[in-house]
Design a protein around this ligand. Sequence first.
Ligand SMILES: NC(=O)c1ccc[n+]([C@@H]2O[C@H](COP(=O)([O-])OP(=O)(O)OC[C@H]3O[C@@H](n4cnc5c(N)ncnc54)[C@H](O)[C@@H]3O)[C@@H](O)[C@H]2O)c1
Length: 271
Amino acid sequence: MYNLLKGKRGIIFGALNADSIAWKVAERAHEEGATFVLTNAPIAMRMGEINKLAEQTGSQVIPADATSMEDITNLVDQSMEILGGKIDFVLHSIGMSANVRRGNHYTKSNYDFTTIGWDVSALSFHKVMNVLYNKEAMSEWGSIIALSYMAAQRVFPDYNDMADNKAYLESIARSFGYFFGRDQNVRVNTISQSPTMTTAGSGVKGFDSFLNYADEMSPLGNASALACADYTISMFSDLTKMVTLQNLFHDGGFSNMGISTEAMKIFVDKK
Ligand SMILES: NC(=O)c1ccc[n+]([C@@H]2O[C@H](COP(=O)([O-])OP(=O)(O)OC[C@H]3O[C@@H](n4cnc5c(N)ncnc54)[C@H](O)[C@@H]3O)[C@@H](O)[C@H]2O)c1
């Protein structure tokens, strides 16, 4: 370990269980010397797993629905009190599509569900930054990261309305990131991660094939949740101070591939 986050304070959204990307980020942040508050939706607390992570990392847990301005305000106030100062890093690791959950095809979206999923998966990022910005709760050169997926740029049919939510999320990172950078020297980025076997990931129809396809297409193979955590830690550290307004692909090279020799083999003699 490198003490990359020694003395830094953070808020980590979205650790549901040991598969969660946020869980790995919390473990790595702890190893790198950070102190932080863990948060998740009140309903996710019922499973109780987050308490194990809290114990393991010496953290406190504050429930917050990321769509509620009241909950986020309370979370930020309490976090600064518990951690003893302004916040150096924030991870937004939140995604949910009500249409995917109900099995609604993209062409037959239920728009009430679309709105719920958009609020949870995308607008919540704006709400979190709204509270942090207006309270001036971030330290200078602090770092805010949200997790995204490449369906924001390219078509992956079964990713459904989450594709639109991710496009909106990435746009918020740029738009809010401008004001955060200009006014408070805080950087805002999204990390676009490979398909990863987690609770949210496996909700996507045909996820196994999705995962295998990306693995075959990427020169380095799919990036694991732990590798994503490592990258996120580097983005929270002082080594990446001038990176902001970016959507950073963390995908083993997938995003720049056309076809791989492995994938080509599947199409040999197919006419
Ligand atoms: N798994 C993948 O293949 C993959 C790939 C790229 C990006 N991502 C993104 O990574 C992030 C984390 O997902 P994950 O794969 O670790 O799955 P996960 O299911 O472990 O995490 C999703 C989290 O969102 C939380 N959440 C849902 N509604 C909420 C609300 N109203 N308020 C607060 N929290 C809420 C859940 O409780 C859960 O902890 C998501 O943004 C996801 O879209 C995942």
